[in-house]
Design a protein around this ligand. Sequence first.
Ligand code: ADP
Length: 225
Amino acid sequence: MLFSKVFRMVILGAPASGKGTISKRIVDRFGFVHISPGDMLRLHVLHGSDLGKKAKKYMDEGKLVPDEIVMKCVLGRITEVGNKSWMLDGFPRTLVQAERLSASEPLHAVINLDVPHDVIIERVKGRWIHLSSGRVYNVGFNDPKVPGKDDVTGEDLVQRADDKPDVVAERLNVYEKMLRPVLNYYQKQELITNFKGSTTAEIWPQVEKFLLAKRMKAVAESIQG
Ligand code: ADP
């Protein structure tokens, strides 16, 4: 069942915090439209649109795409989605983006996944990838049937160079630094809820409970008129 009125939310979480899995569960359970500027930008690049041409050089260098371009992309998509509940994933990443989003679309909730850095570093260490298909395995979580081999093709699995512990630690530091002003902004507005845990199994029930309570409240308000 959908929310009885439009519900607008943002999900924040460090790389490899489990944000992808939690986002998918929210979408499946609550029927929100998933808005991912990263995915949208990649499509623009693929189709060679004007916006894609402008964004490409930043993305190729792993840099943030300028706020103007990303805002255009996100606000355009929100208008397209219209009168449906949505969840933004991978946005905002700067204070300017957060401020401009709030000016145009007041939010109902910001969900922040708070997973300790050492847990993320351990998790990424156990990640093995089948290069040609992109299939991902995690030691002790979803192991391949044969250690070091892809389940489908039997080919070798590899570890990504940027999954090395020191590289991951650095990525997490960069993320923290970049997102601090955004987190402070939402904290000041009392919009943010932190969900602490080491695994998706720990975090998901808390997120689900939180959104069920929000939905009950929305239904009650709509009945009261
Ligand atoms: P990643 O987690 O690797 O950054 P994303 O899919 O979220 O993956 O984003 C891919 C790229 O798209 C980023 O490296 C960046 O260049 C651009 N991008 C995505 N979201 C934003 C944003 N909110 N602001 C600026 N650039 C963004």
